[in-house]
Design a protein around this ligand. Structure first.
Ligand code: BV8
Ligand code: ZN
Length: 238
């Protein structure tokens, strides 16, 4: 019998692919920078080269890694005939690369960029141009828009910025229509995304959490499997 799943995923979903989560800090060169300071419009205005360089380095890192068994397990459920909606806080493309097709990015996408003034895009996207890992910091001036001369910025949602309306509404619609919600790999700290499991509960949906640790979401879920995403998805598939 087919089930309609909604997966609400966070940085822990990509941890086993080698993408650092936020709470354990970003490894290497940028470990000393706090994501919540850099991922803001103020930081980009103050030092566009620092922020653009940080995102280019993260984009380069993402292009070196692969989806993990957790991403593949979610895509496998759809292949088995279940309806699967993914509503993710993650800005990586690992769900898509694993084969998931219904993916909503509440916080934008790391591998896309746009003009900060007129939102024009460029092909190939300048954020994905091959980049050697930056030595001593990638302070790299962002490219200028060929339409209006504005600076290019990453197409992600920074702290203090509103989430894309269409993605948010689609996420709510998926939760309202689904049979069960599975929350994977989020600390439940960032609003309003962290409120979605509560919305699901208020809509009477069974909520399962897959996370090796307890999180801000744990108190309101029906079941918590204290295990990594790959193991949890394998258990769902069995
Ligand atoms: C907005 C894109 C308003 C950029 C990101 C005070 C109180 C409450 C809220 C606020 C406040 N002050 C400000 C706010 C609002 C703010 C917010 O929530 N701040 C927090 C820090 C308190 N939110 C915003 O600003 C949002 N916008 O509110 O706008 C508005 C409205 C209208 C008009 C104008 C404005 C925007 C938030 C989006 C920020 N952008 N990302 C980028 O990536 O650079 S957030 C970013 O951090 C991620 O996208 C993600 O959402 C978040 C990280 O959280 P998690 O995904 O949960 O990851 P984390 O590392 O925390 O946890 C990992 C988990 O995985 C852990 O639990 C771990 O145990 C688990 N794990 C580890 N390994 C595994 C695993 N799980 C499974 N398997 C494993 N192997
Ligand atoms: Zn422009």
């Amino acid at each position: 019998m087919a089930t309609h799943f909604v997966f609400l995923t966070g940085a822990g979903m990509s941890a086993e692919s080698g993408v650092p989560t936020f709470r354990d800090g970003l490894t290497g060169l940028w470990g000393r920078f706090d994501a919540e300071t850099l991922a803001t419009p103020q930081a980009f205005r103050r030092d566009p080269a620092l922020v653009w360089g940080w995102y280019r380095w993260r984009a380069w890192q993402l292009l070196q890694v692969q989806p993990n068994a957790g991403h593949r397990g979610i895509a496998e459920l759809a292949r088995r005939g279940h309806r699967v909606d993914v509503v993710t806080q993650n800005v990586d493309d690992l769900h898509e690369r694993a084969g998931s097709t219904e993916v909503r990015h509440l916080h934008g996408e790391l591998l896309r960029s746009r003009c900060i003034d007129c939102s024009a895009r460029a092909e190939p996207d300048p954020i994905t141009l091959a980049l050697d890992p930056p030595e001593g910091g990638a302070h790299e001036t962002p490219p200028a828009c060929t339409v209006c001369g504005g600076a290019f910025r990453p197409d992600v949602v920074w702290f203090g910025e509103a989430l894309p309306e269409a993605e948010w509404e689609a996420g709510l619609g998926a939760i309202a229509a689904c049979d069960r919600v599975v929350v994977v790999g989020t600390s439940g700290m960032v609003q309003p995304a962290a409120s979605l499991p509560l919305v699901a509960r208020e809509m009477g949906k069974p909520v399962l959490e897959i996370n090796p640790q307890r999180s801000g979401v744990t108190p309101l879920v029906d079941e918590h499997w204290a295990m990594p995403a790959s193991t949890g998805l394998q258990r769902l598939l069995d």
